[in-house]
Design a protein around this ligand. Sequence first.
Ligand code: FAD
Ligand code: DLZ
Ligand code: SF4
Length: 508
Amino acid sequence: MTKTLRLVLGDQLSSSLAGLADLDREQDVILMAEVMAECTYVRHHKQKIVLILSAMRHFAESLRGSGATVDYVTLDDKANSGDMPGELRRAVERHQPDSLVITCCGEYRLQEALEALAQELDCPVEFRDDDRFFTQAADFAAWAQGRKQLRMEYWYRELRKRSGLLMEGDKPAGDRWNFDQENRKSLPKTLTLPERAGFPPDETTKAVMALVETHFADHFGGLEAFDWAVTTADAERALEAFIEDCLPQFGDYQDAMRAGEAKLFHGLISPYLNIGLLEPRQVCDAAETAWREGKAPLNAVEGFIRQILGWREYVRGLYWHCMPDYAEGNALEATRPLPAFFWTAETEMACLADVIGQTRDRAYAHHIQRLMVTGTFALLAGLDPKAVNEWYMIVYADAFEWVELPNVQGMALFADGGIMASKPYAASGKYIDRMSDYCKGCRYDVKQTSGDAACPFNYLYWDFLQRNEGTLRGNPRLGRIYHTLGRMEADKRAGFTRDAAAFLDSME
Ligand code: FAD
Ligand code: DLZ
Ligand code: SF4
């Protein structure tokens, strides 16, 4: 008879977890620990901590219900050492296991710490690949080998073939890999949005909320609107409701924004995917079934599956391929500190006030809000990538470094110098105006490019291009815009620089 100690982390809440595959319910012990270090390595949004600790407590109960032995260490346990290596050391002493099984961590930081611990422990440690993804680091490395560019689109096509998702034999369904062209509509004013049911806190969640208000009162965000699912059963309900009510229009309005509306036709499932309450294959299969049964059009289903099978696998692959150097990138040498309104939402820019306010209240913003409002602003204003990454890690319920970092460094900030994106996602206020109704309620005028009333995105955009001309001019995808800039009067160019400097100084 051998006894195995099995670690389950707060983002590994899946009964299919590799580390639980050969669980011996008679002999083995599962360790789950709430630890201060994981709650504070960044000052996570309060909702994120509540989500994870409550989901951990529910998952421990369901494991116990299946006959497993769970050793669960709570945050305010007096003996709690405060970090994961400390809790593993203590558990090894308590249980004297023959071996320790760890499913590889999502974040480089913790994986490194646990590998270092494994060297010290007087107990064999087995690390298992986290197979809740379509691919592993080795698959990405093999694909990346010898390629000049690591573009998501080609990785995605490869994974469509490997997974069989939306394939008709060896051809993509509908004879096209990508329906993105059809997925850029703005929201008609009169379009009614679907009702979205949330999950009011149960007793377990309420207890965790009290704990969080005691220990993390000064962390960002409010708990009043907390309505995340904290069990697999509820996360599956959320998925079903999304497929039924939102997926058919997901594609059309994927990039649209509306003031005061966070959810639109989005899934709101990233926290569930990232902590293991839902699995990517299950989500993609549900979407494909909706298409095959005629309940959702192909442009919507392909667009949705591409986010999960394409982008999600791609950013994870890129993260493990490029870490730890990836976190250090600052290709545009941006150094400006984060302005205070990123925490308070107090700014006269209506788009930023809305997205940041909603982020504070719900720990959620959809992709285009993250990329083209806060992200573009951070890019144009030259905010320090470390500070921007920390902000994104703090403010969203779904933030884990493996997915946050590539999206921020690579996609939003171009801080990786173009490993991920072929050009920076720089845009003037025109983009926000086209895709939202924000500008109507703003004190700035999106049509003006200079002067006190002008939309700051406009002069910041031209100033960004001028400031980074040395690095970006040679980019073939920016040739046309640099040509336009080159034809502008010197006065006009200097005006952008002046307006941008005045605005940026006023932010500090
Ligand atoms: P939907 O729009 O319904 O999309 C469905 C699913 O596709 C998502 O749940 C998610 O799992 C996946 N997905 C979509 N886009 C991406 C992407 N670019 N990368 C990886 N997966 C994707 N996602 C996170 O999970 N955690 C983060 O910390 C995070 N930080 C981001 C930071 C920036 C600057 C940007 C531009 C994007 C970030 N994303 C992050 C990706 C994306 O914005 C979120 O996954 C999405 O908004 C989650 O909401 P949803 O479930 O309603 O998504
Ligand atoms: C994010 C998080 C938080 C807030 N708290 C815990 C915790 O107390 N215990 C735990 O096991 N996991 C927690 N997590 C998730 C971890 O940070 C996550 O597992 C790692 O970042 C992945 O490498
Ligand atoms: Fe944002 Fe400019 Fe529109 Fe105001 S005018 S909402 S700052 S894009």
